[in-house]
Design a protein around this ligand. Structure first.
Ligand code: PRP
Length: 183
């Protein structure tokens, strides 16, 4: 696995290796299996970023489960959230009375998850939790409850494993951070 890469003329360094990510994803899957035993949770992936995390997580789930996807747009191609959230794809399934688990790749300002929590709440699910592979606590602009966190990270700009830089590099197996930032 490369320790350093260049994307859009900017240098990125390896931050979370494939092994580290996979070990943590497996742990999270096992935890969910235990906590949701006897129930049939609906995993809701927030596109696009969560697709790789969700795909890996779901293959550690051994209880019955369902999945669906929703798509918001807030960032466009910028590094910083615009805070202007649009709904690009709504849910297809009925989540009333269901045990819902929202799957995010990253919680940054928290604005996306906040938007989703309010939206899901209107559908009266039986229960509702959020799992995010990455959680930037220092970047939060709004307090959001995240029940399952893969890695809590400082305010780095990170890419790979589903996270893009101007839509590229989602296919990287590891997570890389911008090398020359001052945070
Ligand atoms: C990213 C990420 C989260 C959101 C987190 O999505 O996948 O959904 O931003 O940021 P926030 O906590 O500041 O709201 P983005 O809108 O970049 O779309 P993408 O998943 O298609 O890359």
């Amino acid at each position: 696995m490369k320790k350093e890469i260049t994307v859009n003329n900017e240098r990125f360094v390896l931050y979370l290796s494939e092994t580290k990510i996979q070990t943590r994803v497996k742990q999270l899957g096992r935890q969910i299996n235990k906590e949701y035993k006897g129930r049939v949770p609906v995993f809701i992936g927030v596109l696009n970023g969560s697709f790789i995390f969700l795909a890996d997580l779901i293959r550690h789930i051994t209880i019955d489960c369902e999945m669906d996807f929703m798509k918001l747009s807030s960032y466009g191609d910028a590094k910083i959230s615009s805070g202007n959230i649009k709904m690009l794809k709504e849910l297809n399934c009925d989540i009333t009375d269901r045990d819902v688990i929202i799957v995010e790749d990253i919680v940054d300002s928290g604005l996306s998850v906040d938007f989703i929590i309010k939206l899901i709440g209107q559908h009266n699910p039986r229960s509702f939790k959020v799992i995010s592979l990455l959680y930037k606590k220092d970047a939060l602009k709004v307090e959001v409850p995240i029940q399952y966190v893969g890695f809590q990270i400082p305010n780095h700009f990170v890419i790979g494993y589903g996270l893009d830089y101007a839509q590229k590099v989602r296919n990287l197996r590891g997570i890389y951070r911008l090398a020359d930032e001052h945070s």
